[in-house]
Design a protein around this ligand. Structure first.
Ligand code: NAI
Ligand code: ENO
Length: 323
């Protein structure tokens, strides 16, 4: 755990009795596999709106029981994790609120954290510990068959506890993520959403846009785009293959931070546009040299930006003063 708050006690590992996973796709299934591997919960209950995904989860075996509905799923659970697109959180919070066990921890894995606090808080009784989380680990794939136990190994899991959160509950959730292989970082939801807007959300928007632009060109055929796609474009197509529901919800719920970062991005893009128009090679070369140095720093710190290594934490803390 990396936190400056002196009120936290070092996490000790006590497995949860009953983990409830709401949403059994890529992240829900990875949570199930990783929890089993670590022995971090004695029992795993799953529920999914899409019946075939629930059945598949049982068949693969990363849950013990498939609940017929949300109310049954959360009954008796001491840890409930929402692993659905963030747009579903409001309705789920409303449905589970009255059925949660006293003292249960409610968490999530959503890619936007302000929304988790805003929409879940009003639905939860005072005895519930709401502790939102975001594992910075994933792939472009979806569904229960896409998950795997090592997804969180060596990755960051960012926790965004609201002010006044119970230190023991926070300590237990921290220990849980550490058992799953992640390193926990604690920050405010607002700061998380700003940082992830530039490191994850805008890159996805750029990928969706560039692949869309290429697909819509009149003078270049789609088969030419496929045939001659160079490495850079292929990387964009991987990211642009990410789940449409999930990413629609991310952009709609992190609107302010994404628009703020998009404004900066557009300004910088205009500078490049002007440099190209003016034949200003020095400006282009200066930027490309600076960005090449950043890539080298990431690699030296052990954070290879290759797809499979997205979000992997460095072996020692990287100097993040430049980011
Ligand atoms: N895909 C990724 O790489 C990462 C995703 N996340 C976050 O994790 C969450 C889940 O994403 P994935 O697992 O990738 O999505 P996914 O599409 O693989 O799985 C989502 C599952 O939730 C189910 N679901 C949707 N609405 C539901 C509802 N109202 N009640 C019950 N089940 C419902 C779907 O049927 C599906 O099985 C999202 O909030 C996303 O922002 C976080 C880190 C990485
Ligand atoms: O596959 C990739 O490149 C990703 O970016 C995965 C990812 C998607 C969403 C997140 O909130 C965190 C990680």
């Amino acid at each position: 755990m990396t936190t400056d708050d002196p009120s936290f006690s070092p996490p000790s590992f006590v497995p949860f009795e009953r983990l409830c996973l709401i949403g059994l796709g890529l992240i829900g299934s990875s949570l199930g596999h990783a929890t089993r591997r670590a022995g971090a919960a004695r029992e795993i209950i799953g529920v999914d709106r899409h019946q075939p995904n629930g059945q598949k989860a049982l068949e693969i075996g990363f849950i013990d029981t498939l609940a017929p509905d949300l109310e049954t799923a959360v009954t008796g659970a001491d840890l409930v994790i929402l692993a659905t697109p963030v747009g579903a959180f409001d309705a789920i919070g409303k449905a589970i609120g009255p059925h949660l066990s006293p003292g249960a921890i409610v968490s999530d894995v959503g890619s936007v954290k302000g929304v988790a606090l805003d929409v879940l808080t009003p639905h939860l009784p005072a005895h519930i510990h709401l502790l939102p989380a975001h594992p910075v680990a994933g792939t472009e794939n979806s569904g229960p068959e896409a998950g795997f136990a090592s997804l969180f190994d060596g990755r960051w899991s960012i926790l965004t506890p609201p002010e006044g959160s119970d230190p023991d509950a926070l300590s237990r959730l921290t220990a849980f993520w550490e058992q799953l292989g992640a390193t926990v970082e604690i920050m405010t939801a607002a700061h998380h959403d700003l940082v992830l807007a530039i490191t994850s959300h805008i890159p996805h928007l750029i990928a969706y846009n560039i692949v869309g632009t290429a697909a819509d060109l009149e003078t270049v055929t789609k088969s030419e785009v496929i045939k001659f796609s160079a490495g850079g474009f292929r990387d964009f197509t991987r990211i642009a293959a990410s789940d449409p529901d999930m990413w629609r919800d991310i952009f709609l719920s992190n609107k302010d931070a994404v628009l703020e970062m998009l404004g900066r991005f557009s300004e910088d893009l205009s500078v490049l546009q002007r440099a190209i128009r003016d034949g200003d090679g020095a400006t282009l070369h200066d930027l490309f040299s600076r960005t090449r140095a950043i890539r080298r720093e990431i690699i030296e710190a052990g954070q290879d930006a290759a797809a499979a290594d997205f979000g992997r934490r460095p072996p020692s803390r990287a100097d993040d003063s430049k980011f």
